[in-house]
Write a protein of this length. Sequence first.
Length: 163
Amino acid sequence: MTRLGDLERAVMDVLWDSVPSTSNGVTVREVADALAGRELAYTTVMTVLDRLAGKGMVQREREGRAWRYRAAASREAHIAQLMLDALDLGGSRDAALVRFARSVTGTEAEVLRAALGAEAGLAGSGPADRQAGPTDRVETELADRIESPRAGRAAPADEATDR
């Protein structure tokens, strides 16, 4: 996924903040008006939106002589993709994930645990059949890895199969 420059980010913030996904989008003029404090030319905003469309970050639809723009994905989806891209930069994904998990607040850690638990539950047979079993073991292993990254880990030679 493409990283955004400062102006691209400002334009995307306007789209994310002001355009519901069910909307037809906004015009260049509406984006320029929302960025009035930056004193940008209309053509500059138009160029940025055109480039964002070329990058797949925004969708546009013709309305008369103008285009209407809206974000192609939510802000959260964009941020999640940036995080995944960062994990692909090299080195050990496991080590990066553990370091990240250690850097979050207690509340953020709870959100991560809940999300991992929900994801593990989806892989299981369903909530009605849920008893202590493989899903709970996975959740416990993940929690143990976050608290002690070396606990329960395979030898380094087996690290590739650990993913």
